[in-house]
Design a protein around this ligand. Structure first.
Ligand code: BDP
Length: 717
């Protein structure tokens, strides 16, 4: 019997190597592949001393035991006594050995959510201590320790103190109550509202584990285009069930607030934020929410944007609206994240200027528990944007960052685009708010303005696809958000390296090759979609594929032609003083740099300038030839990514290898589509030839213009 069992296990493990569906994300806990390291780990970790039984400690214990069993290939038992070569884990309260170690200095630095991991001696016995001030800190420490093993680090002389640099580290789900995910390309919403609260899907737990492992501590679980029904008793019971699942993992739930809810579900005649009945309604509603979810995080609100109701419907300001929520949430410790993504089609002002125009005058007018959540760029999650000028313009207000993990404008979940370089580019940008060195990162983490609130959010790319994100590499962007929100100083290469080792394996060739693919992917995408500062030339509505010719949308700034402004003279949007003067929203140092066509970084050239087709670029090429060159480089880069991926076939499980291979083929096809259609279209203005050294478009412009995708995913309700 035992023999048969062993045989079965053997076959299953062989099968597991050849097929990995990606469900386990970066928490795979595969047997350590280096024999030497495995032996080291096994001898350093012979038992675990981990007293205490809170929900978070229990979650940490389960994770640790499961992780070690996979990584070391044997069970490591929990022991009440101290022993040699032991993992000793807990807070000073839960574990007397931890209390006896002199870690107070490090623990002060670790704060509420961080941890300390040290190799130490206790009664002459070698131990590794994972210590924290709170049970959730312990959980984070355990996850970090498992990461060290999964990435095959040396654990002989550990001395780690880690604390998050940003306080609110959130996923924003654009999930509707009918499970449609707006801009979602990985299936339906993972929240099954119909079966909640009675049925707790294992996915909810695994979602919480994955988030906790990278330090994400909050989830806004509903779409910013909000539905008031989520605030009814029936739904609050369901939300409470999710909150109960997430709590042990240190994750709070947040909801989106439909501004007109007092009318829609409260039977009031108005939603005016200064009306006493409206204020009372929200106060009662929020008090009620806290009876279901005592640690409810607060609200994320999209108001007076793209048709959503808001305070301006009553001639009130965004501050009036936000403060109404803030007052009701404050007694419970909740916060308001008020979005700055607003624009108005009745205003002729350059769309990029509108958020600043609206919010800058309100600086200092928000209550203490309000943060303004700003998209990374002034437009809308494009392949490349300069940072939003609001980041240097509201010193009295905490600003949260909003990135988009779901690839609405980045090729959906069929394109491999690793976003850490995009995120870091924005974080490292200098706003000059308080002189040189006032980076966006410093605005965000509160260190520049001395704010208590600091936050970073990513619009989730998660759905109910078996591998969560559709594209196996979509997982890396989720991973990145958590890691960067915890520590925005980690490099893109480091994050990629960790993620690859945990997700695919540790062999050197594999890690090096995949790292190269990931680090080149964002620039490749910029080149084949929107090089040199072009923006928003995607298909109308669904944003799938190229449509730079599109000019039929009801409002000017939903048309690609509004953004590229190609004509017989040149291409690009003049945002200098001679144009819309958008540049005046930046610090004088930046304005000066960008205003001058000769000093403006070329990656933003057409973002800020209308440039003649024969303008000489730094490369010596004319602008037209440079555009041709960039689109071609984009395609060539994807082909290189394909080659690189193929070279590691033997080192990746079959299932994921094939998935990525097929997706890269789609990406290559679409990169060619982007290049051909954009060059053919822009050529109708430049009247210049595509240099003969490049591949010729294999279809006519008319062919590309005729393509239509009424059912492209993520669009519509
Ligand atoms: C745009 C999306 C739209 C979102 C909006 C937002 O196309 O679906 O509702 O952003 O952020 O990019 O509110």
């Amino acid at each position: 019997m035992k023999k048969i069992l062993c045989l079965c296990l053997f076959f299953f493990s062989v099968l597991a190597v050849s097929a990995d569906d990606g469900y386990r994300l970066w928490l795979r806990y595969e047997l350590v592949s280096s024999a030497k390291l495995l032996a080291n780990y096994r001898s350093a970790i012979t038992s675990i001393h981990f007293p205490g039984t809170s929900p978070s400690l229990n979650a940490a214990k389960d994770e640790l035991q499961m992780g070690l069993e996979g990584l070391l290939g044997k069970k490591v038992s929990l022991q009440n006594n101290t022993a040699f070569n032991q993992l000793v884990i807990g807070t000073a309260k839960s574990n007397a050995v931890i209390a006896a170690l002199s870690l107070s200095q490090q623990l002060t630095k670790a704060g509420d959510e961080g941890f300390v991991i040290v190799t130490s001696k206790q009664d002459q016995k070698n131990i590794i201590a994972i210590a924290a001030n709170t049970d959730v800190g312990v959980l984070h420490g355990v996850f970090h320790f498992l990461r060290l093993l999964q990435t095959q680090q040396n654990i002989q002389n550990l001395s780690i103190t880690s604390a998050p640099k940003i306080k609110y580290r959130l996923l924003n789900h654009w999930d509707n109550l009918n499970r449609f995910v707006e801009r979602g390309y990985a299936g339906f919403s993972i929240w099954n509202w119909h079966t909640l609260p009675g049925y707790i899907d294992q996915r909810y737990i695994d979602y919480a584990r994955a988030n906790a492992s990278i330090g994400i501590n909050g989830a806004v679980i509903t779409n910013v285009n909000a539905n008031a029904l989520i605030l009814t008793k029936e739904y609050l019971e369901k939300v409470a069930a999710l909150a109960d699942v997430f709590r042990p993992y240190g994750i709070k739930i947040y909801l989106t607030g439909r501004f007109s809810a007092p009318i829609e579900i409260g039977k009031l005649k108005t939603a005016d934020p200064l009306n006493a009945d409206v204020k009372q309604w929200w106060k009662n509603k929020i008090d009620e929410i806290y009876t279901y979810i005592p640690d409810f995080g607060g609200f994320l609100i999209k108001a007076n944007s793209e048709g959503q109701p808001g305070p301006q419907d009553y001639k009130r300001s965004h501050a009036d609206g936000a403060n109404m929520f803030a007052e009701a949430l404050a007694p419970h410790g909740g916060i308001v994240m008020w979005r700055s993504f607003v624009y108005n089609n009745e205003s002729p002002e350059d769309r990029l200027k509108q958020a600043y125009t609206e919010f800058k005058p309100l600086d200092g007018k928000f209550n203490k528990n309000v943060a303004i959540q700003v998209k990374n760029g002034p437009l809308d999650f494009q392949p490349r944007e300069p940072f939003s000028p609001l980041f240097g313009a509201m010193p009295k207000t905490p600003l949260f960052m909003e990135y988009q993990l779901t690839q609405e404008y980045l090729g959906f979940s069929t394109h491999l685009v690793y976003m850490a370089p995009l995120f870091k580019e924005v974080l490292n940008a200098d706003t000059y708010e308080k002189g040189k060195g006032s980076t966006v990162a410093k605005v965000l983490d509160g260190s520049l303005g001395g704010h208590a609130l600091s936050g970073m959010a990513g619009v989730s790319n998660i759905g109910n696809d078996i591998n969560w994100t559709g594209h196996p590499f979509g997982q890396s962007n989720w991973y990145t958000l958590g890691r960067l929100a915890w520590d925005h100083e980690i490099s893109s290469a480091q994050i990629a390296n960790e993620w690859i080792r945990q997700t695919f394996g540790n062999s050197r060739q594999l890690v090096d090759t995949v790292e190269k693919i990931m680090l080149s992917s964002r620039e490749a995408m910029v080149n084949y979609m929107t090089p040199l500062g072009l923006h928003h030339i995607m298909g109308y509505g669904h944003h799938y594929g190229p449509a730079p010719w599109f000019d039929k949308a009801s409002r000017a700034d939903w048309n690609p032609v509004y953004f590229h402004k190609a004509d017989s003279i040149g291409i690009g949007f003049d945002r200098t003083e001679k144009g819309t003067n958008y540049l005046s929203q930046y610090a004088p140092e930046l304005k000066k740099l960008y205003e001058n066509i000769n000093t403006c970084p070329e990656e933003y050239l057409l973002w800020f300038h209308h440039v003649a087709w024969d303008h000489r670029m730094k490369s010596g090429r004319t602008l037209w030839n440079e555009i041709c060159y960039r689109y071609n480089v984009g395609v060539v880069s994807v082909r290189l990514m394909q080659k690189q991926w193929n070279s590691i076939e033997k080192q990746v499980d079959k299932q994921r290898f094939n998935q990525v291979k097929m997706l890269l083929a789609v990406q290559e096809k679409e990169a060619v589509w982007w290049r051909n259609s954009c060059l053919l279209y822009f050529q109708t203005f430049s009247k210049m030839p595509i240099p003969s050294s490049y591949e010729k478009p294999d279809h006519t412009l008319e062919y590309y213009k005729d393509l239509s995708f009424p059912l492209a995913p993520g669009n519509g309700r």
